[in-house]
Design a protein around this ligand. Sequence first.
Ligand code: PCA
Length: 324
Amino acid sequence: MKKLLISALCAVSLGHASTVMAQTTWKLATGYRAESFHTQNIMQFSREIDQATAGQLRIQVHPNNTLAKLSEISQAVQQGKAEAGETIMTSMVKDIPLAGADSIPFVVSSYKDAERLWKLQRPGIEKHFAQRGLKLLYAVPWPPQGLHSGKPVRGLADFKGTQMRTYNSTTLRIAEMLGAKPVDVAMVDVGKALAEGRMDNMITSALTGVENKVWGPIKYYYEINAWFPKNVVFVNSKAFESLKPATRNLVMKAAADAETRGWQASQALAGSATEELRQNGIKIERIPADLEQEIKRMGEKFSREWVRSVGNEANDIFVPYYIQ
Ligand code: PCA
């Protein structure tokens, strides 16, 4: 009995030693602040994996563009400079045109639609990621994109010559279509760019307005619900495959939970952030109906350009999206 107990104890301690030896740490790069709900969600994901794997897999989160710049994160992970990363999916649109489905204006106007789109888009995105040595973990949308402006917007002329902040190729093209001057400003620099008078308006979420305390220079927020861009979290495929199958399953389970949690947080913040803008003196208004029509027509033009650039894969998503 005693002998049995001793050998059992030895097995436990040996098991422990091999666990320690097999410990893996992934660096995860993101371009957003530590306080952002996306980053908070990643941190929770990381804690859950730490717990579920009893410390065998640790994910160290590097926020705020410190490990790689937002636009370079997918490449950094492909090249193995970081094992994992988070970026806004549309930052990959030049390489993966399908990723642009996320910011086609006025296709998705509710979380329910956004979820439907993601279900249809996901298999294609997974395939393209796999071809580039990336394993997709999960995606979470930003709250709906509205128009922030220093001056009231009554017609198209109000955009002419204004400095419009952009954060991806959609916002850039839209600024061009509106006759505004696109100014590329990272999300973390919006407050500074406003204070320095480098931007007059932008299309982004109310939440991003709140996080950058845009009140003061920004006086109006128009809830145009233009699109719901998603952040995507992924890992280098080799790093993922080098985990034991059981650990891989734990990672994917934690990723599915992070996706559910993130969508809920995004939806809750969509309402509270608009309210916070209002409490800080920003007028929440609707744009005039004729301007809305004109902007929607631009959205259609944008969609046509996008469908042409993507080809059949675009139909694979949007045909079922509109039929369902
Ligand atoms: N905030 C990010 C992307 C979309 C959003 O709501 C930004 O403004 O850069």
